[in-house]
Design a protein around this ligand. Structure first.
Ligand code: SF4
Ligand code: FE
Length: 501
């Protein structure tokens, strides 16, 4: 069963005994909770489109392990074309759902663990890669949804994992056993964790000698003993309980349904442990994961923005402003910003290079530039959408007003615009724009896959400023020209001994 259907995904989730808390209550089954269901519905699209012949090339791949067709969300990147197709898949899914479809964190975590387990084995003669490959075969065969769990709570930000007053602020091994390890701690911002089959735990930061207990990479079933999830709140989430046409995005979530996942002394058998104490490899692992994931945003946010641009363009028709040249120019600006980040994501993928294990990594400086631009362009695209839709986004009446015996006539009369559209369409599209440009969406674009400063540090490190200074020197001072060309002679500048200043 290498490709699950959406129904099989939901049924398989239903069979798990996931311990989840939503709104302060323990949930019997996540599948049946109205605040979780939209996120499950979003992930179900990733399963559905893999069965669509039109999207097969983008949504599926051939496993390098089994030779079978598998979901691209369980695939190890074999060449730059795989990296490009992943970005295309993300844009397609973003266009289809208008939100975060969650499975990419697990995919990038799979690829990071695959690559680094190989490198540890090469350096230390361990057998992590063999273990991981077996686990990967299982994930591919069952088409599992994995939640990549990277971000530790971190406690006091000026202190390292080993210096925290509370040692559980970073996931760590509290007991080494002959048959496995016991882990304790938590991971936060865990995208899709509450509706995943498995949680792939990776260190969230580089570590130094003396911090071996924190250098743990392992796979834990989402319903393992000692695992529990606390679901986060999103902007406007309780609106989903209203069952109204007036809530914006009714069918899918706003961002990824993030949760905190707690590991309250969870036993992990050796065959699911892929790093255990190798601190010197943690930086590489975090770096690999972050680089892949930063490129992603040009795809997924590109698809999300396609939906927002569409909603904004529709709003200009509803308002009757769509023929105005300035309005058109603002829509062009939205498109321009969106395609720029998408182009960078495709570019970073096309320039991918091979890692020691044989899989492929995106071009790092381009990938970081994608995410840096996302932290601005998602805001700017939202700003233009607000600009074009108008102030009523913040003041429009609710659905109940349109059903009220007295006021319905007034809200119909005074919120109407272009008579080709019913007034409720203005509210419905406006509510979508309001909902999908709300705080949660913006913050996710800012901090998902790493906060902006994290990208800037990497960019400076990779930019080779010294090399660029040499380039400038060569162009300004160079004399390496074609002999015999009638280039104008250049005088030497005056001496700088101070006498000519
Ligand atoms: Fe995938 Fe984008 Fe969601 Fe990350 S934010 S999991 S890349 S859809
Ligand atoms: Fe994200």
């Amino acid at each position: 069963m290498a490709l699950k259907t959406p129904l099989e995904y939901v049924d398989s989730l239903r069979r798990l005994k996931i311990r989840a808390y939503v709104g302060g209550e323990m949930v019997d089954n996540v599948v049946d909770h109205p605040l979780v269901a939209p996120h499950i519905n979003t992930v179900a699209k990733t399963y559905e489109l893999a069965h669509d012949p039109e999207h097969r090339d983008v949504m599926t791949a051939i496993s390098h392990l089994s030779g079978e067709r598998i979901h691209r969300y369980t695939h190890i990147f074999q060449n730059p074309d795989d990296l490009v197709k992943k970005i295309q898949m993300l844009r397609l899914l973003g266009q289809t759902t208008g939100t975060c479809f969650q499975r990419c964190v697990g995919l990038d975590a799979l690829n990071a663990a695959y690559a680094v387990s190989y490198e540890i084995d090469q350096a230390k003669g361990t057998d992590y890669h063999q273990r991981f490959t077996k686990y990967l075969e299982y994930v591919q065969r069952e088409d599992l949804m994995l939640a990549g769990a990277m971000t530790d709570p971190k406690g006091h930000r000026a202190k390292k994992p080993s210096q925290q007053a509370d040692p559980d602020q970073f996931v760590h091994v509290v007991e080494q056993r002959p048959d496995g390890v016991v882990i304790r701690g938590a991971k936060v911002h865990n995208t899709g964790g509450i509706n995943s089959h498995e949680v792939l735990v990776l260190p969230g930061t580089g570590l130094a000698p003396g911090e071996e207990e924190f250098a743990i990479a392992c796979a834990v079933p989402a319903d393992a003993e000692g695992v529990l999830f606390v679901f986060g709140r999103q902007s406007n989430d309780s609106r989903k309980l209203e069952g109204s046409w007036d809530i914006g995005n009714t069918r899918f979530g706003v961002v990824g349904g993030e949760a905190m996942v707690v590991f309250d002394d969870v036993f992990v058998p050796n065959e699911r442990v892929f790093m255990n104490g190798e601190v010197e490899h943690c930086g590489t692992l975090v770096n690999y994961f972050a680089t892949w994931h930063r490129a992603n945003y040009g795809g997924c946010k590109g698809g999300n923005a396609d939906v927002l641009i569409g909603a904004t363009a529709k709003m200009t028709r509803i308002l009757g402003t769509d023929r105005n040249a300035i309005v058109k120019d603002k829509l062009i600006e939205m498109i321009h910003r969106n395609e720029t980040t998408y182009a960078s994501a495709i570019g970073s993928s096309a320039l991918g290079y091979q890692l020691p294990c044989g899989s492929y990594m995106v071009d790092p400086i381009l990938a970081n530039t994608v995410k840096q631009n996302i932290t601005r362009n998602v805001y700017e695209i939202g700003r233009i959408s607000h600009d074009l839709a108008g102030g009523f986004l913040a003041t429009m009446p609710d659905a109940a007003s349109f059903e009220h015996p007295e006021v319905a006539q007034w809200v119909r009369k005074y919120y109407g615009a272009n008579p080709e559209y019913d007034v409720t369409e203005r509210i419905r599209v406006g509510r979508y724009i309001e909902n999908m440009t709300s705080v949660t969406t913006m913050v996710e674009a800012m901090h998902g896959a790493g906060s902006p400063q994290a990208q800037r540090i990497v960019m400076l490190g990779l930019a080779d400023l010294e090399g660029k200074v040499k380039l400038a020197d060569e162009v300004i001072y160079g004399t390496d020209d074609v002999p015999g060309l009638a280039l104008p002679p250049v005088n030497e500048p005056p001496s700088s001994d101070g006498s000519d200043l």
